[in-house]
Design a protein. Structure first.
Length: 212
């Protein structure tokens, strides 16, 4: 029986592309200046990747210099988003589920915290975990273990919800926690996730069903 939900934030509660242009405006200009040998197409790809992939990874993949990367990270550490953010329409289904929820999000702490406030979802969660992988060596798997230990949940009592098979979904699978891959744009082929859905409708159904 599922007794609590673990949620990712980016592309799980809201589409990051709705705000990423604003957040990365300055960084994108800097990328142009420091593009090195990247052609227009590669540069455009790198910019697009920013909305889904941690900056450090994008910088590495596209061969930006260490100096540029360090400076950009410093900039991003102090970046916040200070406007309201619209959750996905069907996030209201998640909100309406009467179970304890935990938010686990990785990234620049100030930025992630400002997004939580912009979304206005902080009160929906029993506890919020924001981890900057630059500062902490903790992984999502570690945080999930912390939640199980602190609140006394068995792996069978949790459901991890996220958009990334390589991140929170993988961490949960590793621990034997059930997974719900939220994939509104049908980006993924069916994998070994417990549930693979384009919306949160099924979530409501499966939580309600188990109570009967
Ligand atoms: Mg995500």
């Amino acid at each position: 029986m599922i007794k609590a939900l673990i949620l990712d934030m980016d592309n799980t509660i809201f589409p990051t592309k709705s705000i990423s242009d604003e957040i990365f405006e300055v960084i994108e200009h800097l990328m142009e200046e420091h593009r090195g040998n990247l052609n227009d197409e590669q540069l455009a790809e790198a910019k697009t990747a920013l909305s889904r992939t941690p900056f450090q990874k994008v910088a590495g993949q596209y061969g930006f210099t260490e100096e540029f990367t360090t400076n950009a990270i410093e900039l991003l550490k102090n970046t916040t988003y200070n406007k309201p953010i619209k959750p996905y329409k069907d996030y209201e289904i998640v909100e309406s589920i009467n179970l304890p929820k935990f938010l686990v999000t990785f990234g620049f702490v100030k930025l992630q915290q400002s997004k939580i406030d912009g979304l206005g979802v902080r009160s929906h969660f029993k506890e919020v975990f924001v981890v900057d992988p630059e500062i902490s060596s903790k992984t999502k798997r570690d945080i999930f273990v912390d939640i199980m230990e602190k609140y006394g949940y068995h792996k069978n009592e949790l459901l991890a919800i996220g958009d990334d098979p390589e991140s929170e979904i993988k961490a949960a699978q590793d621990l034997g926690i059930k997974t719900y891959l939220y994939d509104p744009e049908s980006r993924f082929k069916s994998g070994k996730v417990t549930y693979h859905e384009q919306s949160y409708k099924k979530l409501k159904w499966l939580i309600e069903d188990q109570k009967e």
